[in-house]
Write a protein that binds this ligand. Sequence first.
Ligand code: GLP
Length: 252
Amino acid sequence: MGMNATAPRFAPAVLTGESEDNFSKLAADFFIARLETLKSPLVALPTGNTPLGLYRALVTDHGHRRDLWDQMRFLALDEYIGLPQNDPRLFYGWLCREFLDRAGIPDKNRVFFQSDAADPAAEAQRIEEWLRQNGPIDLAVLGLGTNGHIAFNEPGSGFDQPAHVVALTADSITANAGYWGSAESVPKTAMTLGLGNLATARQTLLLVNGAHKAAMLARVLHGPVTVDVPATYLRTIPNVTIITDRAALSAP
Ligand code: GLP
């Protein structure tokens, strides 16, 4: 065990979909099953390509569940800093378009970091305080960065951090360049929930698909638990489920 490593305490449950459709359906069924019995559950939501199928399945297969959509509360995991709040490339715009608007989630049940806040550190603190008063998160839905990041907790992020401002790593800027047209256009800083916030979630669902995530998923499941791979914090908390497709499990 290296200097930064801690002992794993829990093993996440892993469910694997045989096809892309099945991956998304598994995720949507898990989401509904874990939340439908709770009163006004708080759900943390990721952006990216990975959860697109989940969001589609929630709207097409479960869109009629007004009883759920009228009371669930949603908190975005992270946001870029410094753009006007109506910029369609922000995570805010992305989540509204892909899910919240389609499911008809009331505005009062959407909580976001404001990209254009004058003082981003104070904005991160506002979300921290909101979570202290309105939390804990009932279900944290997460994607995995190819560098092991969770939300924008980049390699080296402490497992106990609160919501905070981050400088994005070159890896994350490259990985997100596609959404921005070029790497130069990707904002260099962001606000994110910390791993400390996410670690207190009652349930956690990590979604991982594609062969390009296989090597990192293998490290998350079997490598040393270390801040160098932020997603390994998942082996220090209970009630974690990982839903994958076949390709994501294809590491040698
Ligand atoms: C961004 C987000 C993460 C997300 C990651 C993976 O970096 N901050 O929350 O998990 O992208 O995106 P994708 O699902 O497109 O691989």
